[in-house]
Design a protein around this ligand. Sequence first.
Ligand SMILES: NC(=O)c1ccc[n+]([C@@H]2O[C@H](COP(=O)([O-])OP(=O)(O)OC[C@H]3O[C@@H](n4cnc5c(N)ncnc54)[C@H](OP(=O)(O)O)[C@@H]3O)[C@@H](O)[C@H]2O)c1
Length: 224
Amino acid sequence: MAAKIAFILGAGPNVGQHVAKKFAANGYRVAVLTRSGVTTSDDYLGVKADFTDPLIVASAFKQVRDTWGDPSIVVYNASALHVAPADDAFSVPLTAFQEDLNVNVSSLYAAMQETIKGWKNLESSSKTFIFTGNLLNVAGARPALLTLGVGKAAAAHLIDGAVKSYSSQGYKFYYTDERNPDGSPVGTSPDAKAHSEVYFQLAEDPRQRPWDYTFVKLKGFTKF
Ligand SMILES: NC(=O)c1ccc[n+]([C@@H]2O[C@H](COP(=O)([O-])OP(=O)(O)OC[C@H]3O[C@@H](n4cnc5c(N)ncnc54)[C@H](OP(=O)(O)O)[C@@H]3O)[C@@H](O)[C@H]2O)c1
């Protein structure tokens, strides 16, 4: 049987790299997308793309499809933020706002489209799309993080919409959010190992668990 394929979009040094390593260690072929296209392992397929242009997303998926086939597991870990002054959130230039929205929302939409298109031709496998979120979709606005928060809120909406539209076909979609045990945010350093373990469990489970998958390191899914 051909190896299963995982595609990690935004395979930076933290969450993305650990997730890539976890899937590779469990027999997956792993494609990793960064802006440089450089990989940390010869076993990975490196894909170069900048998601400030959503129209680039289809060609990134085509590269994986043409090399190995369609990925059954897709992880969207890329995000962008132009930090705003907390007392003047709307001073972020419109062009910067648009750039962040392209990375956080429009390229995510394009990646979900490409994923679903590929799954339609894919036999078996546990088809799973995982978006790395945070608590901004439910916490209300943090003015300094406006472009990120708008993105996470929209991303949660897209994931919810995908679950409602495709769960009858066995496709799974998740918005993940790592929290501290007391429900507070983990700050700027999410635990990459905890993410990799949770993402692998979600991929291997044939059932759709709660799509808004809030979890705590060493504990797993936790509803706050
Ligand atoms: N649960 C929480 O509270 C929490 C806390 C912190 C972060 N997070 C989330 O965790 C995720 C990533 O964190 P991380 O620690 O893994 O960071 P990371 O290692 O820096 O990875 C971020 C990735 O985003 C990619 N990216 C940024 N702009 C891009 C663009 N224009 N086009 C394509 N890719 C782009 C980066 O690409 P390059 O490799 O090319 O730089 C990098 O691969 C984010 O979604 C973030 O919001 C959650």
